[in-house]
Design a protein around this ligand. Structure first.
Ligand code: SF4
Ligand code: SF4
Length: 353
């Protein structure tokens, strides 16, 4: 998508009763994903019906990372002939473009970190590239951020439209849609039968909503350069041990994180046929860096805890890539040990040596 100045883009109104019609039209044109309740959580799944799309949980338990990086993902299948030669068959790619409906602004911003890893390094990851190339995003603003959200501190905001094609703003009794990218404007112009122009009073209501949405505390954006310098200067801070002493190494923080990208490869199959899988992994597991010799360069919990933060706030910046946190708060909400990344950021950000 191409980013543009959107302040003059018209706002359009969709009646909630017409949301199912809109989603059905989109599902006919695109491979559509939307947030659905699964057990106690909410995750992005292929569109199945409009009525059970969950736009209320904020943020959804799982980000849309799993749409672009499925877990597991079959990279190719293989067969071995009697003469010992292997035939590799790449997985057949979907021919229609993807559309993700209902992404929060933090998760959309996280895509730039995924792009940095899977598109912009020495070579592009072809399966990610294929999905990402035609991706359209209808994002949704957050009138009532959760108390674990801190996107503003990470440079975003509940109504940040960066990276979206269309932004949906929920008002009582109406959804307001704004085309953010040229592709988003084309999309909206193709469903005008469902949309109405908004009156000035509604435009004012949208402005009021955006201005009055409660800010997170604290709201001052982190200076990532300062944070980077601070953690680098304090590698031996006893604080790292304090975190490591309570961390269970379960990896929930990284699996739920929309930015974390660790993966591993494995083969599954029989002697003459099988498939190569990419599955999510995490630097919080000791086996992630275990070498065949038995040596493990990050064999201690404290080394793994440090790695998580150094990757997010030191190595990524050193590589010219976006910081590894967008403030979605999932790791805060779901860490069974109560480890709060906001406190860790504050510890290093506000105590610069
Ligand atoms: S979720 Fe919490 S306990 Fe589990 S690995 Fe992450 S920081 Fe450690
Ligand atoms: S580190 Fe935690 S708060 Fe930051 S983006 Fe990842 S899950 Fe969200």
């Amino acid at each position: 998508m191409t980013q543009m100045n959107t302040s003059d883009n018209p706002l359009l109104k969709l009646s909630p009763k017409d949301l199912p019609s809109l989603l059905k039209i989109l599902a006919d044109r695109y491979v559509l994903y939307a947030p659905y309740t699964v057990g106690n959580g909410v995750r992005f799944l292929p569109f199945r019906d409009a009525e059970s799309v969950n736009l209320t949980q904020l943020p959804p338990t799982h980000s849309a990372k799993s749409v672009l990086l499925p877990n597991p993902e079959i990279l190719f299948t293989y067969t071995r002939e009697r003469d010992g030669k292997f035939t590799l068959s790449p997985k057949r790619a979907e021919t229609r473009d993807l559309l993700i409906f209902g992404m929060r602004s933090c998760d959309v911003r996280a895509l730039s970190a995924l792009d940095a890893v899977f598109l912009h390094r020495n070579m592009a990851d072809t399966t990610y590239q294929h999905r990402r190339k035609g991706l359209l995003i209808i994002g949704i603003g957050c009138p009532s951020p959760s108390d674990t959200c801190f996107c503003e501190r990470m440079g975003g905001g509940p109504f940040d439209e960066t990276g979206m094609d269309v932004q949906l703003i929920p008002l009582p009794g109406a959804y307001i849609l704004k085309g953010v990218s040229p592709q988003g404007q084309v999309l909206l112009s193709s469903v005008t039968g469902l949309l109405q122009e908004v009156e000035d009073s509604i435009s004012q209501e949208v402005t009021n909503l955006i201005n009055k949405t409660p800010p997170h505390t604290p709201t001052t954006p982190v200076n990532f350069k300062t944070l980077k310098q601070s953690i680098a200067a304090r590698q031996d801070d006893p604080y790292w041990e304090q975190i490591a002493n309570v961390c269970l190494g379960c990896g929930i923080c990284t699996f739920l994180c929309p930015v974390c990208t660790c993966f591993t490869l494995m083969d599954s199959g029989k002697l003459l046929e099988g498939r190569r899988l990419r599955i999510w992994d995490t630097c919080m597991f000791p086996g992630f860096t275990q070498e065949a010799s038995g040596h493990n360069p990050r064999g201690k919990e404290v080394q793994r805890v440090k790695q998580r933060f150094f990757h997010k706030f030191y190595y990524s910046l050193e590589n010219g890539e976006p910081p590894g946190c967008v403030g979605c708060g999932r790791c805060v909400a779901h860490c069974p040990a109560g480890i709060d990344i906001r406190e860790i950021i504050s510890h290093f950000h506000e105590e610069v040596p």
